[in-house]
Design a protein around this ligand. Structure first.
Ligand code: CA
Length: 175
């Protein structure tokens, strides 16, 4: 499992990296939005921890660019207690979860595990509703067998709706 930590506070970045490494994750870190954005674009991460207040490019802009680029890895945002509007905006832009600073490392690790698990479960099935079929491992959506192209946001909405429409899982990954 590969995790990217994007955090400009050196102490916090190091604490996060070492706690995640101890928990068994392979960790990369970035100290500003530009480097973070680049890594998230080019490397396959299973999860990203993204601070919002970052030098060069702010966290919300980084998140927006990843989602626009159809990067669907879970993103957990770190935000300051009083910045609730940023949290709402972050969730609207496709963040999967958020943790308010200051936080307990144990809580953060629990959130990381939950998000990675959700993503893995999510990837392990093909959902089917009528003629509509969604393969979450490949991200392919087909209607009567013909592939259709969706934006990351449309895909997320469809995936959500299918999960809640009583779709049945037709295939499971064996690993
Ligand atoms: Ca910061």
């Amino acid at each position: 499992m590969r995790v990217l930590v994007v955090e400009d506070d050196k102490n916090l970045r190091e604490q996060l990296s070492s706690a995640l490494t101890d928990a068994g994750y392979t960790v990369d870190s970035a100290a500003d939005g530009e480097e973070g954005q680049f890594l998230g674009e080019t490397e396959p991460y299973d999860l990203v921890i993204l601070d919002l207040g970052l030098p060069k490019i702010d966290g919300l802009t980084v998140l927006k660019s990843w989602r626009k680029d159809e990067k669907t890895m879970p993103v957990l945002i770190l935000s300051a207690r009083d910045r609730w509007s940023e949290k709402v905006e972050g969730l609207d832009l496709g963040a999967n979860d958020y943790v308010t600073k200051p936080f307990h490392m144990a809580e953060l690790l629990a959130r990381v595990r939950a998000n990675v698990r959700r993503q893995t479960e999510h990837q392990s099935s093909v959902l089917e509703v009528g003629d509509l079929r969604l393969n979450s491992a490949t991200g392919q959506v087909t209607v009567e067998g013909a592939p259709i192209k969706l934006t990351a946001y449309q895909y997320k909405v469809l995936d959500y709706l299918m999960h809640h429409a009583g779709a049945h899982r037709v295939a499971h990954r064996t690993d």
